[in-house]
Design a protein around this ligand. Structure first.
Ligand SMILES: *Cc1c(COP(=O)(O)O)cnc(C)c1O
Length: 225
């Protein structure tokens, strides 16, 4: 399928999900996850009008960045090794995987600009998932305040792979409640307005639960190189 056909289908689902809960489609930012696909396919994504791209590995990120540079906003969505921060930091607009103080320290050290970060939270508690335990998120965000180049713009999570829609709803709802708690603190360094949640299989549920940034890979671009 061409990207614009897939995008039309995704936009229809976004609209439908927004309607259910009285939200507006323009509250939702689509991040096209291009990790599975070639430069040519990525160009199709940009030609279809997408202005936010996401990559989850440093190598893939560099390859795509070098092709498209400032044409789009760049989101780093995968777990980030501390030693790779210096390679990407001046190129990314947002990091979705802040999950430890050592990473915050390195980001702060390697740049002089303000970097928008989402704190990754392991809501479902699955061992395979990265991210902070929800109960540690607030104190973590308080501790990040000393790293003055970091702005906590929101929270990010990944739902478990399951057909159990209620479970997925619960995971996303818990992240939203946590976001509300942090936001209510009105930290200068952590406005924490955004929710990065929802992928190809569950972005409709994520939108119903308040997602502002959905990360769509396979449903938009396909999954084979
Ligand atoms: C790959 C990936 C996505 C997109 O996954 P799809 O199911 O293909 O939409 C979203 N978020 C993260 C962190 C990813 O690694």
């Amino acid at each position: 399928m061409d990207v614009s056909t897939n995008l039309a289908e995704i936009n229809a689902i976004i609209e439908e999900s927004c309607q259910k809960v009285n939200r507006q489609p323009d509250e939702i930012t689509i991040i096209a996850v291009t990790k599975y696909v070639t430069i040519d396919r990525t160009k199709e994504v940009i030609d279809a009008g997408i202005v936010n791209l996401g990559e989850n590995r440093q190598e893939g990120f560099m390859e795509k960045y070098n092709s498209f540079k400032e044409q789009v906003n760049w989101h780093f969505i995968g777990s980030l090794q501390t030693r790779k921060v210096k390679d990407i930091i001046e190129k990314v607009d947002f990091i979705h995987s802040l999950d430890r103080l050592s990473l915050a320290k390195e980001i702060n050290k390697r740049t002089t600009k303000t970097v928008g970060c989402f704190v990754q939270v392991n809501v479902s508690g699955e061992e395979s998932k990265h991210g902070l335990d929800p109960k540690n998120v607030l104190s973590f965000i308080e501790e990040v305040a000393v790293y003055t180049n970091i702005r906590i713009v929101g929270l990010m999570t990944m739902a478990p792979y399951t057909d159990n829609k209620q479970l997925i709803h619960n995971v996303f709802r818990e992240l939203r409640e946590l976001r509300d708690t942090v936001k209510a603190k009105q930290f200068n360094h952590a406005p924490c307005e955004y929710l990065s949640m929802g992928m190809s299989n569950d972005f409709d549920i994520a939108i119903e639960e308040g997602a502002t940034h959905i990360r769509i890979g396979s449903k938009l671009v396909g999954s084979n190189k």
